[in-house]
Design a protein around this ligand. Structure first.
Ligand code: FAD
Ligand code: NAP
Length: 295
């Protein structure tokens, strides 16, 4: 079965801007998940899940939860490809998985982009609607891309927070790293998600929760306790390290970047200037990054 799948679907990393459309012929079993009776090509690629909850946090930001197929496996930091739309015209996009690897559901965060094909379909979605989930998951924003040890800095803009929620919920993160500094940059305070961060670590022992520092950045209004400038500026000025009470250096720090590709380009350069190296050909490095769209 696995080799048959490989022949049909050579494993590929999803690149921003590559969007796929499938023409599925779907069947449902009792819990609304696609069953593999005839196993035609489309059916081997995805399952059909159900949207269980939608939390519309602002006009352009939502969190949602779906059912999870029993066979769906992922590593914290991975993204899934989701499909919305009618059978003949499904729009597929990648979304980072925000839920814990051992959760019975899948959780996602979505920025609704005006005029975006998936965004417009999602804006009309309701609880109980179906959503396609590619059986495979992807990505390099996983702990095994980084050398273990030291402090783990997780730097996110917007919904780039999502994979980091899954990572901080994972016991392996706390076994590998002494401290975790989660930095979330948003335009407006309403886009911060302290509740989602609290929920992600709520099952961890107190001793591990104390090793997490959360730093909020709000760039387009003033907000209590939040820094007020872009990540690159805060790194250059030393304000981010001051707030964390830790040095951002390659000997004692590992960094993951996720979200706005301009932020990633700028911060990646700053890290390289400080001597940080990305992982290469299976050799773990000191930073890794995932941009959500093409610059
Ligand atoms: C690996 C990967 C993981 C991703 N994970 C997430 C995620 O967890 N949550 C999420 O909201 N998006 C995520 N995205 C982006 C997502 O796949 C879609 O591109 C986005 O939801 C817009 O889709 P669309 O069809 O509505 O608009 P499109 O026509 O595909 O996009 C239109 C434009 O909107 C802008 N844009 C796209 N995504 C975002 C975004 N997230 N924030 C701000 N501006 C954006 C870009 O300028 C893009 O060119 C991810 C992308 C990649 C490559
Ligand atoms: N957030 C909203 O209120 C809003 C409203 C309507 C529509 N939208 C749609 O959503 C899309 C994305 O909005 P978003 O707010 O999720 O994502 P975003 O534009 O990437 O902004 C998220 C955070 O990233 C910061 N940022 C942007 N570029 C950066 C860089 N080069 N270096 C460091 N930090 C950087 C932003 O700071 P800055 O504030 O300095 O840019 C902000 O703090 C928009 O393009 C729009 O289509 C959003």
């Amino acid at each position: 079965m696995r080799s048959a799948l490989r022949r049909v679907l050579p494993c590929a990393h999803w690149l921003p801007g590559q969007n796929m459309r499938y023409t599925p012929h779907t069947r449902f079993d009792n819990n609304s998940t696609l069953t593999l009776h005839s196993m035609n090509e489309a059916e081997t690629k995805f399952t059909i899940e159900r949207i269980e909850s939608i939390q519309r946090r602002t006009l352009s930001l939502a969190c949602f939860r779906t059912t999870r197929h029993a066979d769906f496996r992922f590593t914290p930091g991975h993204y899934a490809r989701l499909g919305l739309g009618h059978d003949s015209d499904v729009v597929w996009r990648p979304y980072s998985i925000a839920s814990a690897a051992n959760s019975g559901h899948l959780e996602f965060q979505i920025t609704l982009v005006p005029g975006g094909a998936f965004s417009e379909l999602f804006a009309k979605a309701e609880i109980g609607d179906t959503i396609r989930v590619d059986r495979r998951c992807f990505g390099f924003l996983t702990l095994d891309q980084l050398a273990s040890g030291g402090s783990l800095w997780l730097l996110a803009t917007g919904t780039g927070l999502a994979p980091f929620l899954s990572i901080i919920a994972d016991a392996a993160t706390w076994a590998r790293h002494t401290r975790v500094i989660l930095v979330h940059s948003v335009r407006h305070a309403a886009e911060l998600m302290p509740d989602a961060i609290d929920t992600a670590v709520s099952h961890l022992p107190e001793s591990e929760r104390q090793r997490l520092s959360v730093i909020s950045i709000v760039t387009r209004e003033s907000a209590p306790d939040a820094l007020g400038a872009r990540l690159g500026i805060l790194i250059q000025s030393g304000a981010l390290e001051k707030k964390a009470g830790l040095c951002l250096d390659p000997s004692g720090s590992r960094v993951m970047l996720c979200g706005n590709p301009e932020m990633i380009r700028e911060v990646r350069q700053l890290l390289k200037d400080r001597g940080f190296a990305a992982g290469r050909r299976g050799t773990p490095g000191q930073f890794s990054a995932e941009g959500y769209w093409q610059r």
